[in-house]
Write a protein that binds this ligand. Structure first.
Ligand code: FE
Ligand code: FE
Ligand code: ZN
Length: 277
């Protein structure tokens, strides 16, 4: 069975997201832990969580994916920004314990000038100060498009971070199809080779989720502009090969395409039709 969902608004709580997911034929979903630009998160609502967990169990929603605010920059040269990233992630990870066994994805960060090496040190230091063997959440590093000074534009950069993390069993990777395409991995014409490269550099066992997006821009553009499924330069055919690839087909896929729920419903329907076909 295809595990597929999309990014949903978290403003009305977990139960509301679960219901929206089921209404568009999704069996998982992604959401921001708080305003994507950062700021204070709403208090957790134990009644909402309890109702959500019951609903999720009844309708077969398994793992879900939380996304950190994209303004977090654990690689910043500015110590107050790094401190903010760390405190926000610490708070998010505490909140994730209300729904144990899920994933928490974040953008590694941008080094804004001081260099990849320094940025990678800051990111792994932060992770080492936060991750514990007891936590019930796996933290995922997202593959990035390489816009500006983004870290995570290559599998090697992610490997470098993972190598320095001590609680190794709580760290994984989320591969974003738009981002890897934009960073220069040709998943349209050389999917097998890209997967093989991921496996030899990072290891496929680290790959826990896929952000399934088309891209408005050509291979290697380093832009990061998501397109609707089949309306970008990756194409529907290539995305269908991705969801059906033997090394990937068991993973959860999350759409982050420019859509409202009804647009997501259509994409989910198309992809389900093409799964296993
Ligand atoms: Fe992201
Ligand atoms: Fe993404
Ligand atoms: Zn993106």
């Amino acid at each position: 069975m295809l595990t597929i969902g999309c990014h949903l608004s978290s403003s009305k709580g977990y139960l509301a997201m679960g219901k929206t997911a089921i209404s568009i034929n999704a069996n998982t979903f992604q959401f921001f832990t708080r305003n994507p630009r950062g700021g204070k998160a709403k208090d957790m609502n134990p009644t909402d969580i309890e109702k959500y967990l019951e609903f999720a169990n009844k309708y077969g929603i398994n793992q879900i994916l939380a996304h950190a605010p994209y303004t977090l920059n654990a690689a910043s040269a500015d110590s107050s920004l790094r401190e903010f990233a760390k405190n926000t992630m610490a708070d998010d990870l505490l909140r994730m314990e209300y729904t144990p066994g899920n994933y928490y994805n974040f953008h590694p960060g941008s080094h804004v000038g001081q260099g990849v090496e320094a940025g990678i040190s800051f990111i792994s230091e932060m992770l080492n100060s936060l991750l514990t063997p007891e936590q019930n959440t796996t933290v995922l590093l997202e593959t990035m498009a390489g816009k500006g000074s983004e870290i995570g534009r290559s599998f090697e950069e992610l490997r470098e971070i993972i190598d320095r993390v001590s609680v190794t069993e709580k760290i994984g990777v989320c591969l974003d199809t738009c981002h890897v395409w934009d960073s220069g991995y040709d998943i349209v014409n050389h999917l097998d080779e890209v997967i093989h490269e991921f496996d030899s550099v990072i290891g496929l066992s680290r790959l826990k989720a896929i952000h399934l997006n088309d891209s408005m821009n050509p291979l290697g553009a380093h832009k990061d502009r998501h397109a609707k499924i089949g309306e970008g330069q990756i194409s529907l055919d290539a995305l269908v090969r991705i969801i059906n690839h033997p090394a990937l087909k068991h993973l959860p896929f999350y759409l982050e395409t420019p859509n409202e729920p009804d647009g997501y419903a259509k994409e989910i329907e198309i992809l389900k039709e093409k799964y296993g076909a």
